[in-house]
Ligand binder design. Structure first.
Ligand SMILES: *[C@@H]1O[C@H](CO)[C@@H](O)[C@H](O)[C@H]1NC(C)=O
Ligand SMILES: *[C@@H]1O[C@H](CO)[C@@H](O)[C@H](O)[C@H]1NC(C)=O
Length: 248
């Protein structure tokens, strides 16, 4: 009996050990900490979404070896997107697209030598984010600006705040086409200004020229006789000098 009891006891103990060790290595504490920090920072919607999705997502990476970077849209972004209808939660695939299984910090994204414009960051969705930062354009991914850096960063999980949801259908071509469009508009406006100047000259000069010449005439007439005499004096000196020169 005592033997049977101890076997049962050992079995139960064994089950307890199995159950505890089968909880993910990152534990519940980590997810609680991340979601709590986000909630307190005012990213309440994403905090709730991560509370239900992070256990699944973090189980897919080995946090002992890999750091996970999460890009977290603001509460405002939840009302300004086309992916789901609140109060429904964002679909898992959309959250997967906001989780990158590597450490991405401010210095990395701001350094064009580490991540030149157009370089890609793999996500848990298996579809990459595109870096659209350059020296002259604010730090962004898929042209979505990073609002807050390191809202949470314990070395294993890093969370940055972003102003909008990242669009999984984003293509870098859009970025280049916007650049191209800006350039095109710039050239077009130059051509427009140039054409306008030419047309205006054509129309305006005939009006302006007589006016200008009349003004110059009246100035000439109103010039004091002193100046006239001074000019005449120097002019005659000049003529005399030329005469002597030609004689010599
Ligand atoms: C969560 O935060 C508490 C308090 O700051 C800390 O003691 C604990 O180690 C954290 N847990 C994890 C898993 O990071
Ligand atoms: C990660 O490290 C912790 C402590 O160092 C260890 O208990 C855990 O088993 C490790 N997890 C994995 C998946 O290797």
């Amino acid at each position: 009996m005592a033997f049977k009891f101890s076997v049962q006891f050992v079995l139960i103990l064994f089950c307890i050990v199995i159950l505890t060790s089968s909880t993910p290595a990152h534990g519940v504490g980590l997810i609680d900490n991340v979601t709590q920090v986000l909630f307190n920072a005012g990213y309440k919607s994403m905090s709730l979404a991560l509370a239900s999705s992070l256990p699944t997502l973090l189980a897919r990476v080995d946090l002992n070896k890999t750091t996970v970077t999460i890009f977290c849209p603001t509460d405002f972004a939840f009302g300004d997107q086309d992916y789901f209808v609140p109060p429904a939660q964002p679909p898992l695939w959309l959250i997967e697209y906001h989780v990158v299984p590597r450490k991405v910090e401010k210095v990395d994204l701001e350094s064009s030598s580490i991540f030149p414009i157009g370089s890609k960051l793999d996500t848990l969705l298996g579809h990459s984010l595109v870096i659209t930062t350059s020296r002259y354009i604010a730090t962004s991914l898929n042209q979505v600006q990073i609002k807050e850096w390191d809202m949470y960063n314990d070395g294993r999980v890093v969370v940055h705040g972003i102003e909008k949801f990242l669009n999984p259908y984003y293509k870098i071509q859009e970025f280049y086409s916007i650049l191209f469009l800006c350039l095109f508009l710039f050239v077009l406006s130059l051509v427009f200004v140039f054409t306008l100047a030419v047309v205006l000259c054509d129309k305006v000069l005939p009006i302006v020229t007589p006016f200008m010449s009349r003004m110059i005439c009246s100035l000439r007439e109103s010039a004091s006789s002193d100046i006239k005499e001074w000019l005449l004096y120097h002019y005659s000196n000049y003529r005399a000098a030329r005469k002597t020169a030609s004689l010599v």
